[in-house]
Design a protein around this ligand. Structure first.
Ligand SMILES: NC(=O)c1ccc[n+]([C@@H]2O[C@H](COP(=O)([O-])OP(=O)(O)OC[C@H]3O[C@@H](n4cnc5c(N)ncnc54)[C@H](O)[C@@H]3O)[C@@H](O)[C@H]2O)c1
Length: 332
């Protein structure tokens, strides 16, 4: 066999499954790593190009089904990687997570593959944490109540992460599937020292709320402007899909994890025009205002739309690989 093939085959690939990741990555580590990644993205230490979506056969008006390629270069460590993550909203009927990811890391100098890493657990932790970081920087430190619409995987890590940032006393919850509400409460009830109020509608859950977080797979708006406190912090994981567009129009600040790529993606997927005048870039905000935790709003909502950045996922994956790379190795 060609010598160069033999040399390549002498390399080992590390493999980390969900259990491996869950034993290493917790919410506290997630909070630290996601903030570091946001800062590095702003400062140029991480390149995080826009994600690309491939729509899957079941994708339709009422079923969300796609897979995203989310590449990134961690310049500080000469590692390049990609998260390949699907969102298949019918998966609960198959008893599978809606969001399933895999991360591949390569040496950025030679291109040699280094690791295959579960991206499902990393996605759940970093997504919940990204919501908590929004709460940290864009809500009053005294916030002790919130509304959560959707009680799936991302909602759970969001609650765990927000409870590290704010002293939550009351959580109003709504999900179209009451079983998901029950299972969320049995999973988190004892971990969070808060009262859970199960609501019969999204309106009841968000009425007058100062903090509304939507973590649904809905294809239509579930949260409307007229229900929320006029100065509320409102966040959605779905871009603008599951919140009323009047919320965007009535916002004083629209915070994106990365403004440029988020606006491009939202405009491409929704035909909506978003003005950059109100936009706040979270990566830049954290890099430049680390000691100023609260961007106050006195003229409207603060809407927070963290669309997800490959640079954050690959940074976390690389941290896990670099600190545990002898865990399980496969021949190339
Ligand atoms: N922005 C990001 O970085 C990012 C990352 C991962 C997932 N997501 C998105 O987050 C959303 C949630 O993902 P997940 O993995 O938690 O999915 P999940 O299936 O675990 O949870 C979704 C929940 O939404 C509920 N729901 C659906 N329609 C609803 C409605 N009309 N009203 C109330 N509840 C409703 C479902 O019953 C379910 O409990 C998805 O839209 C996914 O695309 C975003």
């Amino acid at each position: 066999m060609n010598l160069s093939y033999e040399n390549l085959m002498n390399h080992k690939i590390s493999y980390f499954n969900i259990k491996d990741i869950a034993s290493i990555l917790d919410i506290n580590l997630g909070l630290a790593l996601v903030e570091q990644a946001y800062t590095l993205i702003s400062q140029g230490g991480i390149d995080s190009p826009s994600k690309i979506s491939v729509f899957l056969p079941e994708n339709s008006d009422c079923v969300k089904a796609w897979i995203n390629a989310m590449p990134a270069l961690i310049k500080t460590d000469n590692v390049v990687g990609q998260k390949w993550v699907s969102v298949c909203s019918n998966n609960s009927s198959k008893n599978l997570p809606t969001t399933i990811g895999t991360i591949l890391l390569n040496d950025a100098i030679s291109g040699v593959p280094l690791a295959i890493i579960d991206g499902t657990y990393i996605t759940h932790i970093r997504t919940g944490v990204s919501l908590a970081i929004g709460v940290k920087y864009f809500t009053d430190t005294h916030l002790d109540e919130l509304t959560l619409i959707g009680a799936g995987s991302e909602a759970r890590t969001a609650l765990l992460a927000i409870s590290k940032i704010r002293n939550l006393k009351k959580i109003r919850l709504f999900d179209i599937n009451p079983l998901n509400v029950q299972s969320l409460i049995s999973e988190l009830g004892e971990k969070l020292n808060a009262e859970f109020v199960i609501c019969k509608s999204a309106e009841e859950a968000s009425y007058g709320s100062k903090c509304v977080i939507s973590c649904t797979t809905a294809s239509e708006p579930v949260v409307y402007k007229q229900w929320c406190d006029p100065l509320a912090f409102i966040s959605s994981l779905s871009g603008v899909r599951d919140i009323d567009l009047n919320i965007i129009n009535s916002s004083q600040h629209i915070v994106f994890d990365r403004t440029e790529s988020a606006i491009k993606r939202i405009e491409a997927l929704s035909n909506m025009h978003i003005s950059k005048d109100k936009a706040v870039d979270l990566c830049d905000y954290i890099a430049n205002n680390n000691q100023q935790p609260y961007l106050a709003n006195d003229k409207g909502f603060t809407t927070y739309l963290p669309l997800g950045l490959g640079g954050v996922d690959v940074y976390i994956a690389n941290y896990i690989y670099s600190n545990n790379n002898s865990l399980k190795q496969l021949n190339f």
